[in-house]
Design a binder for this molecule. Structure first.
Ligand code: 5GP
Ligand code: ZN
Length: 138
């Protein structure tokens, strides 16, 4: 039995208590259509076990989600004619997470779709980059 959290809509989808258009299942994950798709074929891959986010998910579940997301990305390319795919995970409200059961968005991309990068690429401050690197290195 997967670990669950009360009041988690994705746990309820795993349990079959809420409807979802499930497109792939394996021992550790399910994949289903996002109810508010960013593009045609937008799919969510989630672990069956409840974990809040990227910082909490068990490595085995994260690996299984990554593998399932790769499989859905291949289907998007082969069956939907996607020109590309974005994998997006939001960790924390500040990063746009709204459902607190880990999920990977698999977003098929089309040459003429309306999505845009959420930041404007611009040359960074080298000192600030070096400072961040010093904090992250290890
Ligand atoms: P987040 O904002 O946390 O990165 O992503 C949550 C995603 O879950 C959103 O894209 C939203 O459309 C989707 N979502 C929220 N509630 C439901 C639901 O009940 N069913 C399905 N299939 N998707 C949902
Ligand atoms: Zn959950």
């Amino acid at each position: 039995m997967p670990t669950t959290s009360d009041d988690c809509i994705f746990c309820r989808i795993v349990a079959g208590e809420l409807p979802a258009r499930i497109v792939r299942r394996d021992e550790r994950t399910i994949a289903f259509m996002d109810i508010a798709p960013a593009t045609y074929g937008h799919t969510l891959v989630i672990p069956r076990n409840h974990s809040r986010d990227l910082l909490e998910i068990a490595p085995e579940d994260l690996h299984a989600v990554a593998s399932a997301a790769q499989s859905i990305a291949a289907r998007a390319s082969e069956r939907l004619g996607a020109d590309g795919v974005n994998l997006i995970n939001s960790c924390g409200s500040a990063a746009w997470q709204t459902v607190f059961h880990f999920h990977m968005h698999v977003i098929p991309r089309y040459a003429d779709d309306p999505l845009r990068l959420p930041w404007v690429p611009a040359q960074g401050d080298p000192d600030e980059i070096a400072t961040a690197a010093a904090q992250l290195i290890g």
